[in-house]
Design a protein around this ligand. Structure first.
Ligand code: NI
Length: 207
């Protein structure tokens, strides 16, 4: 019975040693990459950004005006039959539940329907909800830019009973509430239908 000499298990030629060294380095590289993907800080999602819009009092407001505040950013339109009033009521209830801490939070209601949502229309509409809500409108281009920054989809509904002359047209729009930090950066989001208590709890942990 013959036993193989130990040297059998070691690469004997320089070429084989080279291959072994490359394999070892590749393995170490993969391990390092794996550790990096697990432990490296995640880049913040690219949501949010600069804007310059007009509030319900006719005053120009930019994103910089709200530094130091947590923002609850919601896009919609005042003629919305269901989703927007429900979400704005939820935001209002969450603000009420926060009590005095709500002073560090500003809900922004940004219209996706600037053709109808003038500052005056926005003012009358948001008067039905929490007094800290800032309603924002602007030019078609300005609204398109801020919606793009927040990855918000919106489009005027076509077909069905709606016609281009119908003043009661509907805007389809995404209804996510974005939570932005005092530095203007994205913190989290709330899906449509999230309860006021859930929002208030999430905010309380940050305030
Ligand atoms: Ni809506």
């Amino acid at each position: 019975m013959a036993t193989a000499p130990a040297s059998t298990f070691l690469p004997r030629s320089p070429w084989a040693r080279g291959v072994a060294a490359v394999a070892l380095l590749l393995s170490l590289g993969l391990l390092a990459f794996g550790a990096w993907t697990v432990f490296a800080p995640q880049a913040p999602p690219l949501i949010g950004g600069a804007f310059s819009l007009t509030d319900q009092f006719g005053k120009t407001r930019t994103d910089a005006d709200f530094r130091g505040q947590f923002l609850l950013v919601f896009f919609g339109f005042t003629h919305c039959p269901d989703v927007c009033p429900v979400e704005l009521q939820t935001l209002s209830d969450a603000m009420d539940q926060l009590g005095p801490a709500a002073g560090k939070v500003t809900p922004l209601f940004i219209t996706v329907d600037p053709a109808r949502d003038t500052p005056e229309v926005m003012k009358q509409y948001v008067a039905n909800f929490h007094p800290r809500i800032v309603a924002l409108t602007g030019s078609v281009a300005d609204v398109a830019a801020v919606a793009k920054a927040y990855r918000v989809y919106y489009a005027r509904q076509t077909g069905g009973t709606a016609s281009n002359n119908d003043a009661d047209y509907i805007m389809n729009h995404s209804a996510i509430v974005y939570l932005m930090g005092p530095d203007g950066r994205f913190v989290s989001h709330f899906d449509p239908g999230t309860s006021a208590a859930t929002m208030a709890d999430a905010l309380r942990k940050l305030l």
